[in-house]
Design a protein around this ligand. Structure first.
Ligand SMILES: *[C@@H]1O[C@H](CO)[C@@H](O)[C@H](O)[C@H]1NC(C)=O
Ligand SMILES: *[C@@H]1O[C@H](CO)[C@@H](O)[C@H](O)[C@H]1NC(C)=O
Ligand SMILES: *[C@@H]1O[C@H](CO)[C@@H](O)[C@H](O)[C@H]1NC(C)=O
Ligand SMILES: *[C@@H]1O[C@H](CO)[C@@H](O)[C@H](O)[C@H]1NC(C)=O
Ligand SMILES: *[C@@H]1O[C@H](CO)[C@@H](O)[C@H](O)[C@H]1NC(C)=O
Ligand SMILES: [Cu+2]
Length: 217
């Protein structure tokens, strides 16, 4: 996997221009995104920090958790690729994956590793607010528990045919094989499924101990 290095100074200048919400991936080694239910305005960024393990940040629809949004809509969506945190930590670095939010439609996110998604490793950005909506994170997680994970560009995980491990750096999920077709998908409030974010490039390593790190949190 190739990683580009983004100078901290460049990151800091971006951060000062745009609000950055940090989401910790696998904090303490847990199968979680922390926080997992956030609101982000258009033009703001979400920076995923891979704290432990070997996880992904991958976009799905609400109705089909644990599967790439491209399988169930005409949207490509984002996918970090698998990010082994130990490889970065060994270099006193941390891998990050940053998206720039381009609309306020809900974005449902899962980890494509093993059965992490079925076990609840999901989150939402800009969850639906319509009165009485049942499109909640809790209901999404309940659907996920019944799902079968699909790795973008690959097959069922684990053991499902390779998968596109891509790069952290703006990896675009490949078209999954055997698209069930048809469903363009809607998000809550009946918005069409949208990517809702662009992947910032280059976006990879951050020096753990570098001056100014705290300012990004
Ligand atoms: C991680 O551990 C810290 C310190 O024990 C705790 O405060 C925090 O809630 C834990 N986070 C998660 C996501 O488990
Ligand atoms: C993020 O997107 C907004 C528009 O949605 C754009 O104005 C801004 O330049 C983008 N930021 C980056 C760092 O790409
Ligand atoms: C991370 O997980 C992927 C998918 O299971 C696997 O192909 C890859 O070898 C793992 N990387 C490491 C360093 O364990
Ligand atoms: C939400 O409500 C709709 C309409 O009643 C129903 O078809 C759907 O299964 C419900 N979804 C969940 C996740 O509860
Ligand atoms: C994708 O599907 C949505 C919902 O059906 C539609 O509004 C949109 O125009 C489609 N976009 C493309 C590029 O086909
Ligand atoms: Cu995971």
């Amino acid at each position: 996997m190739q990683f580009a290095t983004l100078a901290l100074a460049a990151l800091a200048s971006v951060a000062s221009a745009q609000r950055v919400t940090v989401v910790r991936v696998a904090q303490n080694g847990s199968l979680t995104y922390t926080p997992n239910d956030i609101r982000v305005n258009v033009g703001e960024m979400v920076q995923f920090q891979f704290a432990a393990g070997n996880h992904t940040v991958t976009q799905s629809t609400f109705d089909q958790p644990c599967q790439p949004i491209s399988m169930h809509s005409n949207v490509t969506g984002f996918h970090s690729g698998f990010v082994p945190a130990a490889a970065s930590a060994a270099q006193n670095q941390m891998s990050i994956f940053t998206i720039n939010v381009t609309n306020t439609n809900p974005m449902w996110i899962y980890c494509a590793q093993g059965r992490h998604c079925e076990n609840g490793m999901v989150m939402v950005i800009n969850a639906p607010t319509a009165a009485g909506t049942n499109r909640t994170l809790a209901n999404h997680r309940a659907l996920a528990a019944q799902a079968n994970t699909v790795v973008p560009g690959g097959g069922l995980a684990p053991g499902g045919g390779g998968g596109n491990n891509g790069g952290v750096n703006g990896a675009i999920p490949g078209a999954p094989g055997g698209n069930p077709g048809g469903n363009t998908g809607t998000d809550a409030n009946n918005n069409p499924a949208t990517a809702g974010a662009s992947v910032l490039t280059p976006a990879t390593y951050m020096l753990l101990a570098a001056a100014g790190f705290a300012a990004l949190l």
